[in-house]
Ligand binder design. Structure first.
Ligand code: IPM
Ligand code: MG
Length: 367
C-alpha cells in the first residue's frame, strides 16, 4: 500500500519521540511491503521562531492533503509569555479545528509489566482498560469571546463555554459506538449541577441512549469522576466528556498507566467504517504527553506513547490491522523483556534511552 503520512515533530521531546515512531513505521513498511511517503511539516514554537506563526499555511495544507498526520508535541518555556499574541499550542488547536477532528480517543491501558510504576495500588489496576473520548473542537478551548483586558479596577479575562446540540450529539454517539464494541458501558461526565452546557450535554446523552439499548449509560459529575477513576478505575469502560474535562481526566487516567509517556491518542473527524480506509478524511495521532521541556534533549523520553499512536494510525486511518498489532506486540515484547525508560523503571529492569527503546520496538516490529 502507498500512503502519505504528514509528520509534525514539533517542540521539546516531540522530535525525539517522533523519530522512534518513524523507525517502527519503517519496520512495518519493510516487513509488510508498504510504501509510506513521509512528509515533514513545521508546527509550534520552532515555527513561531522561524515563520512568526505556530502553524504556517503550508503545514495545514500538508495536513489536508495526506492520508494521516502523526504529531509529536508543542510548547516550551521559551514561548510562555502570557502577553504573546500567539503560542505554540495555537498551532495544534488550529490543526484540530481545521481538520474538524472533534473526537479524541485516548485509550488507557495498564501494562502488567510496569504496574509498579504507578503510584496506585496494583490490585486496583487489575483489568483497567478505559477509553476516554474527549470532545476536541468546542467548549472553552474555542468559545468566543476569549480575551483579556485592563480596566481601572484591575485586569480581566474571559473564556466562553459554549456547545451546540449537534456538537454534543456527534461526540456522545462516538462514545456509544465505542462502548457497543467494547464492554457496553458509557460514563458521560459533566457538571450538570452547575453548568448550563452540562445540562444540555446530559439531556442529549440521555436522548441518544435510546438508539443504544445495548449500552448502559451512566451520568457522572466530573469532580466525582476524578475521584472514582483513582478509587475504582476498573469499573470504567468508555468515558465521554467535553474538551476541558477530557483534557484533565485523561492526564489523571495516565497515572494508572504508570507514565504519561505510555499513552497514545487518535483525533478523528468521525469513527472510521469498520476495517475500512477513509481517504481524505484525515485523522491525527499523537501521544497525550506534552513537550516535556524538563527532559527535552536528554534522550530519556519514553517513545512508547508515540509508537502506539503510530499503531492507532495504521489501524484507524490506513486500515492496516495486522501491522498495527505488530507495533503493539513489539511494545508488549520490549516491556516483557525488561526494557524500561526511566519514567517506568520503578522495578529496575534494563534502563534504556529514547533511541534504544525505539530500536528495540522497531526490531521486534520487524518480526
Ligand atoms: C493535550 C494537551 C493540549 C490540550 C495542549 C498542548 C494544547 O494538553 O493534547 O491534552 O490541552 O489539548
Ligand atoms: Mg492535555
Amino acid at each position: 500500500m502507498n500512503s502519505t503520512i504528514t509528520v509534525l515533530p514539533g517542540d521539546g521531546i516531540g522530535p525525539e519521540v517522533a523519530a522512534e515512531a518513524v523507525k517502527a513505521l519503517d519496520a512495518v513498511a519493510s516487513r509488510f511491503g508498504h510504501d509510506f511517503d513521509l512528509r515533514y511539516g513545521r508546527i509550534g514554537g520552532n515555527a513561531i521562531d522561524d515563520f512568526g506563526t505556530p502553524l504556517p499555511d503550508e503545514t495545514l495544507e500538508m495536513c489536508r492533503d495526506t492520508d494521516a498526520v502523526l504529531f509529536g508535541a508543542v510548547g516550551g518555556p521559551k514561548w510562555d509569555d502570557p502577553n504573546a499574541d500567539t503560542r505554540p499550542e495555537d498551532g495544534i488547536l488550529a490543526v484540530r479545528k481545521g481538520l474538524g477532528l472533534f473526537a479524541n480517543l485516548r485509550p488507557v491501558k495498564v501494562f502488567p509489566a510496569v504496574v509498579n510504576s504507578s503510584p496506585i495500588k496494583p490490585h486496583l489496576l487489575d483489568g483497567v482498560d478505559i477509553m476516554v473520548v474527549r470532545e476536541l473542537t468546542g467548549g472553552l478551548y474555542f468559545g468566543r469571546p476569549k480575551k483579556r483586558w485592563n480596566t481601572s479596577r484591575g485586569r480581566r479575562a474571559v473564556d466562553t463555554l459554549r456547545y451546540a446540540e449537534k456538537e454534543i450529539e456527534r461526540i456522545v454517539r462516538v462514545g456509544f459506538e465505542l462502548a457497543r464494541s467494547r464492554r457496553g458501558r458509557l460514563a458521560s461526565t459533566d457538571k450538570a449541577n452547575v453548568l448550563a452546557t452540562s445540562r444540555l450535554w446530559r439531556e442529549i446523552a440521555t436522548e441518544t441512549a435510546a438508539d443504544y439499548p445495548d449500552v448502559e449509560l451512566e451520568h457522572i459529575y466530573v469532580d466525582n469522576l476524578s475521584m472514582q477513576i483513582i478509587r475504582d478505575p476498573s469499573r470504567f469502560d468508555v468515558i465521554v466528556g467535553e474538551n476541558t474535562f477530557g483534557d484533565i481526566i485523561s492526564d489523571e487516567a495516565a497515572v494508572l498507566a504508570g507514565s504519561l509517556g505510555m499513552l497514545p491518542s487518535a483525533s478523528l473527524a468521525g469513527l472510521p467504517a469498520e476495517g475500512g480506509r477513509r481517504r481524505r478524511i484525515v485523522s491525527l495521532y499523537e501521544p497525550i504527553h506534552g513537550s516535556a521541556p524538563d527532559i527535552a534533549g536528554r534522550g530519556v523520553a519514553n517513545p512508547i506513547g508515540m509508537a502506539l499512536s503510530a499503531a492507532m494510525m495504521l489501524r484507524y486511518s490506513l486500515g492496516l490491522r495486522e501491522e498495527a498489532d505488530a507495533i503493539e506486540r513489539a511494545v508488549d515484547g520490549a516491556l516483557a523483556e525488561g526494557y524500561r525508560t526511566p519514567d517506568i523503571a520503578a522495578d529496575g529492569g534494563d534502563i534504556v534511552g529514547t533511541t534504544q527503546m525505539g530500536d528495540i520496538i522497531a526490531s521486534l516490529t520487524s518480526g
